[in-house]
Design a protein around this ligand. Sequence first.
Ligand SMILES: [Zn+2]
Length: 417
Amino acid sequence: MQIKTILNRVQKFKSFVYGTVRLVEGTPVPTLEVEIQPRSNSRPVCSGCGHKGPGYDRSPERLFEFIPMWGHKVFFRYAPRRVDCPGCGVRVERMPWVSGKHRLTEAYAWFLASWAKRLSWKEVAEAFRTTWDHVFYSVERAVIWGREHQDLSGVEAIGVDEIAWQRGHRYLTLVYQIDSHCKRLLWVGEKRTVKTLLRFFRWFGKDRSQALKFVCSDMWKPYLKVIARKAGNAINILDRFHIMAHLSKAIDEVRAGEAKELKQKGYEAVLTKTRWLLLKRPENLTETQDTKLSAMLQYNLRSIRSYLLKEEFQLFWSYASPYWAGQFLDKWCTKTMRSKIEPMKKVARMLRRHRPLLLNWFRAKKQFSSGIVEGFNTKAKLTTRKAYGFRTYRAAEIALYHALGALPVPKTTHVFF
Ligand SMILES: [Zn+2]
């Protein structure tokens, strides 16, 4: 059997035929070259308008990189014809194995993009002996194609989240679809301002925005403002994940301040290495941690009192009726305001200010658990943290869409992957 036979099985072109396949001597990586010829009597297709036209002449031969096999790089060798197009003038012909002027074949680009879902871009480049730029180009193409072909109908619930990026100096705003039948990343934008979220709604379109029923978000003011204006029919829910994150941050702040204070007074042992202990739920503690926590509870420390306040706040989520949840919230806030612990009081004030939005979660019958946005948040951080050259915003954006966008791919991609 000839290699040609396999090629014809996996990728057959109507107007072109595979010619001789030869081993190229003297290359650092073993290389195969596959000659391509136009089928006899076929007329070239203009790359400008897609119409067939009379041939004009032929350009010099070019190489197009195909999927490597058995440790060999594979190239198509072809001298493109030029078309004398009545509409566009003299133009190079359209070649079905490649898009635009790039030297990677479509098949190879989809192949690399598929692997880039499983491995880091750097690993893909190494595994297939290609460059990071080629992997990036392939993923970018896949994302552009996928976003052009994705179905945006029936989106009823979205979650708005932000992640710190580039060592926390900058933020990205992420919008997810969080419907039970479909969960995916819909949109990424730079920063977390009013303008950022306005750009999302402009992209998403007026009709679709009006059709939204639920929007989950943090208590971040610019977001709340835009959501109220652009998704007027939706219930804005402050999600549990973000609220608990504010409390954890407050505890962290209290603990750090107090540990420093104690150290100055000579009591250092009590609070060292307790950071995770205070941030964990009691049921997740190991036995040693549990013992340590019990020991710590003997001290009337601000950290411990903050920890207990946070634990108490967990009860809030167990209410069924918004009315009783509201009563609980008010009591908790009053108690916390009396605690004299400034970081915790700050959270209590914030919760009070957003009371109606907080209770929306109960009005929405708790159907949006904190798990959805939290899960996406973790994955998004992981994706951007893989430092594989995501120094530019564009690369981070493309990586996020590729990893979390659940984007469609053309049917033919599955032949090679
Ligand atoms: Zn044309």
